[in-house]
Design a protein around this ligand. Sequence first.
Ligand SMILES: Nc1ncnc2c1ncn2[C@@H]1O[C@H](COP(=O)(O)OP(=O)(O)OP(=O)(O)O)[C@@H](O)[C@H]1O
Ligand SMILES: [Mg+2]
Length: 391
Amino acid sequence: MPVSLLVASNDEHFREMVRENLLNVPNSRVIAEYPEVSSTLYIRVMQDLERHPEAALILDMSYDADAALESLRKVKQAVPELYCVASNFQADGDTVLGAVRAGASDFLTQPMKRLEFRDAMHRLEATPRKVTTTASRLGKIYTFIGAKGGAGTTTLAVNYASVLAQRKQQTVLLDFDWVANDVAMQLGAQPQYTLMEVGENVSRMDQALFEGFVTRDPLGFFLVGPPDSLEQRGYFTEPMFREFSTFLVEKYQSVVVDAGTNVNDDVVLAAMQASSSVFIVVTQDFPAIRNAQRYLAFLMRMGFTQDQLKIVINRYQKKHDSNLASLDQVKSTLNQEVFYGIPQSAAVANAINKARPFVQDRQAAGELDRLFRKFVDKATGVQREAEAKTA
Ligand SMILES: Nc1ncnc2c1ncn2[C@@H]1O[C@H](COP(=O)(O)OP(=O)(O)OP(=O)(O)O)[C@@H](O)[C@H]1O
Ligand SMILES: [Mg+2]
């Protein structure tokens, strides 16, 4: 059986070592890398196993052994049949036993030796694996991040959540743009409670409590965002988000995040790490493209993979205009395919003025609505022929 690995480590060198060592193992490849061994690791692992049910996990415990054990326990709880190799510099009885008790099938001592690695891969190959075929029951997180302010990040996130809700998906929209707080504005909502209350109550969060205090949009999704006053940013922290997201993906089918432009914010990074797709929103002007290039480089260094990061051009114009980058220029500058282009349309501003998403009035939004729904189809991997017929 070919070897497919998911590699989780806070250490770039560890991930690199695995990749290098794997070159000596025929028929093997790395499917995904996770730059963080955290309590939300299982979310990404489950998503990737959907596409690669044969994969095994190698997990580096050396950064924070306790966090790694917790992470491993949660992964094994979610996917008991997953083959996991734990790895650490310490290989004393307690360390190895701890890993085995948390669910590791094998253990590799660091620094990694070529032969030991190969032997471990042979043991993995020789172990019959029960393939996990059932699609993950966990919800998916989609994060929209703007390569520049005003690119249309909020508009896309709001309408994306709206389409999912129109498709009867249980959806939550999170506004992590601590400065702008525009999601509520675009939806005409006046939330009474905010991420601050979510943070305060996160350890006892359940669906009744959550839905009792966050705002429900008339389209059916829930939304929660930052407090209006700017001083309170500090009260919603990354550990709070991790706990909150565990609750969200277990209870809702989709979570949509408006991340503003805050690419190096801890909470936004944690959200992106748990996301099945991160949409980097650009426009065709050079400052936006240049920033997208910086964002991509940063995120790749953080261990994000190219298929997780998706470039979306907003206000896309095909016509040649020397002030705008063409599709080919965007592709070649970013060295990445463009996932989708959303056209420029007056319907956007009209909808914002009415404080409702443009997808709510399909007739008024016309071509924009049609193309936006195709974007959602592509992003969720769902074909919606039935909807086209009923529209
Ligand atoms: N496809 C589009 N066609 C025409 N206008 C658009 C389009 N997308 C966004 N806009 C306009 O661009 C402006 C900014 O949109 P939006 O607030 O969604 O961007 P943003 O990236 O979230 O901005 P910010 O940096 O302030 O958070 C809005 O006034 C909106 O009307
Ligand atoms: Mg915005």
